[in-house]
Write a new protein. Sequence first.
Length: 82
Amino acid sequence: MLSGKGLVKTTERLIKEQPEIFDALLEFERTGRILKFTYKKRVNFTLDPNLFMKFRAYCEKKGIKMSTRIEQHIREDVYDSE
């Protein structure tokens, strides 16, 4: 169980990573109702076809979703640059 500085640090990180969850909690506190929110956002972008095929094969071999792996890489780039 987290306490003290660990709890504060974890909470601050989660607020940065998933602010919509905390917005929903604040709305629940204010109104007593939980708003439905979209956890994921659909995006479109283009990739080199050969890279895409290799990436898809890699993800299938490892048993992971492509979107999950892309999210991990984006998170690393965004949060490591802060």
